[in-house]
Design a protein around this ligand. Structure first.
Ligand SMILES: [Ca+2]
Length: 236
């Protein structure tokens, strides 16, 4: 009997420790500084829909592009609905979050998820492909089109600290400006660019979310255009 009590006590301690280390993200909420949403104190109203992506960058993996000595990687996002606001956030590393049924998962995730050591100081941008409004144009124009920037973010105090103790994860909220074609959130092809703030290695696991105050049916996220189109075909 004593042994059973000891085992139960030990299990409780283990469960408590595991829970204390569990990675928890606050609900992803809207921009409360914008006048078009009701404000309840300083509480952000959670986004109606949040799509997520689990990824991993192997140390030394080449970037999709190199700019000013920094390696940039992209996640391509197909958005088939008009949204008044889009939120994007990214954390690194992923310590205890796991993909759900609806999550998008990088092909590198399986091999990389056990790497709990590497992470990077995230920096994100959000851009839209000029002139790509339908699926047929993605592969035809996606590699040569211009990309218009909707904004960037380096650090946000909203997100949990990184293992370094610094709040260096990133959040970006974009409000659609209907009258400005370069800032309107229309149906089309977008990409999340990510790198490190300082010149350094982008490495380790990361978790990205795309949220909106409307339902986002048919949103697809992939690390390259070919996979994106393939997934769009499968979703039909
Ligand atoms: Ca950062």
């Amino acid at each position: 009997m004593k042994n059973i009590a000891r085992i139960v006590a030990l299990m409780l301690v283990v469960a408590f420790c595991f829970n204390a280390n569990a990675q928890k993200l606050k609900k992803f909420g809207m921009d409360f500084k914008k006048k078009h949403y009701p404000v309840i104190g300083d509480v952000r109203i959670p986004y109606t829909d949040v799509i997520d992506y689990f990824g991993y960058v192997k140390p030394g993996e080449p970037g999709d592009e190199t700019k000013n000595g920094k390696k940039y990687y992209y996640l391509y996002v197909w958005i088939p609905v008009v949204a008044p606001e889009i939120g994007i956030r990214m954390v690194s590393p992923v310590t205890s979050l796991t993909p759900g049924k609806a999550s998008f998962v990088s092909p590198a995730w399986e091999g990389g998820k056990a790497d709990k050591k590497n992470f990077f100081d995230t920096w994100i941008s959000f851009e839209r492909a000029e002139g790509i409004f339908k699926k047929e144009d993605i592969l035809a124009k996606g590699k040569s089109c211009n990309w218009n920037s909707y904004g960037q973010n380096d650090d946000s105090s909203e997100l949990p600290k990184q293992p370094s103790g610094n709040k260096y994860n990133s959040v970006l909220r974009i409000t659609s400006e209907i009258s400005n074609p370069l800032k309107a959130l229309v149906v089309g092809l977008y990409r999340i660019g990510f790198t490190t703030y300082k010149v350094g290695e982008v490495q380790g696991s990361f978790y990205a979310q795309v949220g909106a105050p409307v339902k986002l049916p048919g949103v697809v996220i992939a690390k390259d255009l070919e996979s994106l189109v393939k997934m769009m075909d499968q979703k039909k």
